[in-house]
Write a protein that binds this ligand. Sequence first.
Ligand code: ADP
Ligand code: ASP
Ligand code: MG
Length: 407
Amino acid sequence: MARIVQKFGGTSVADIERIRNVALKVKAEVDAGNEVAVVVSAMGGVTDRLVGYVREISPLYDAREYDAVVSSGELVTSGLLALALQAEGIEARSWQGWQIPIHTDDVHGKARITGIDSSDIEARMAAGQVAVVPGFQGIAPSNRITTLGRGGSDTSAVALAAALNADRCDIYTDVDGVYTADPRIVPRARKLARITYEEMLEMASQGAKVLQTRSVELAMKERVHLQVRSSFDDAPGTLLVDEGEIVENVLVSGITYNRDEAKVTLTGLGDRPGVAAAVFGPLADANINVDMIVQGASEDAERADMTFTVSRADLGKAKEVLEGIRKDVTFREIVADPNVVKVSVIGVGMRSHAGVAQQMFSTLAEKGINIHVISTSEIKVSVLISEDYAELALRALHTAYGLDSDD
Ligand code: ADP
Ligand code: ASP
Ligand code: MG
């Protein structure tokens, strides 16, 4: 007998028929003699709709009310799944986040789970009852409902698996595993049988939304056995593993894209010691994350152009903050460009091999794609390019690194 957490995403619970299908997947684990807790997302499209309502009624919304509204989608699916399980003759009940409780901090809209008191659930599971838990939500010390950021049900599932000391956490979604690139953009992407936690963490944080970044971080830290698989067929999925468990020696495991960035250039920036601190300090104070940075010379030796990226949602606020630093820093203008995409190649093999970045640059050059900004880490190279070339770049790189599937 094993203890298992199964998580089903929005597409997997998008209508009643699919919820019935999910119930059968849960039943299969129960029939195999396992103790099961299930985490569900809202029906596909529901969270977007709820977010839309909030923005429509109040552009500068109160984040606590945003959470009260957008957390509701998961309540519906958890109740419906409990009913579908009961219809299959399986004892089941739904638990709202506060009833468990799933404790979080009070950062509404992107709260972090601080602890789960799983004792009641464990007792019921031991008695043969399936626990159906809404993902994406928790409760703050102030007693108000919180949500964990978009895609947060993955993190709910991993956190619950850690709290329950589960043997496995299976993430069921609308693709049958983690691919070398988003299969919707790169038709020749290949499914990976295994991927290291570290590569998955990098892929998630660079835009592969198949798992929320925080869920991978948590799985790594809490040593949760995580698997990504399809809710629509029984194909074997992708297992997250430690580096030592990967035998193949590949340089690049995956390629990702992220459309959530915007480019900002300060032209003719007075170049003096401390200027970077004077620019980035106020941005940090305004809670604006800066990702890629490059400083280039301009025509005038005393001046430089500084280019960096912020999240698209922060662009307006970033421009405001930068206008506000004119008293301390001289620059000509702020040029903002939201039509960019960050493309990254990721692989632990890069640690021991040179030339990965060079291959990326030459492949993009051959396609006539201009690189605006470059950044690297130990297992990743990222470039910022014009959004128009996103698909071309992804496919060309996928081929160049030998990742294309044969069929
Ligand atoms: P869910 O609603 O089940 O949480 P998501 O839409 O959040 O599903 O995540 C699954 C989607 O992630 C897939 O449909 C796919 O388009 C996308 N995706 C992006 N990159 C990858 C990748 N490398 N491998 C698999 N899927 C990916
Ligand atoms: N329903 C939430 C979202 O759409 C959480 C999730 O699906 O993971 O972001
Ligand atoms: Mg998701």
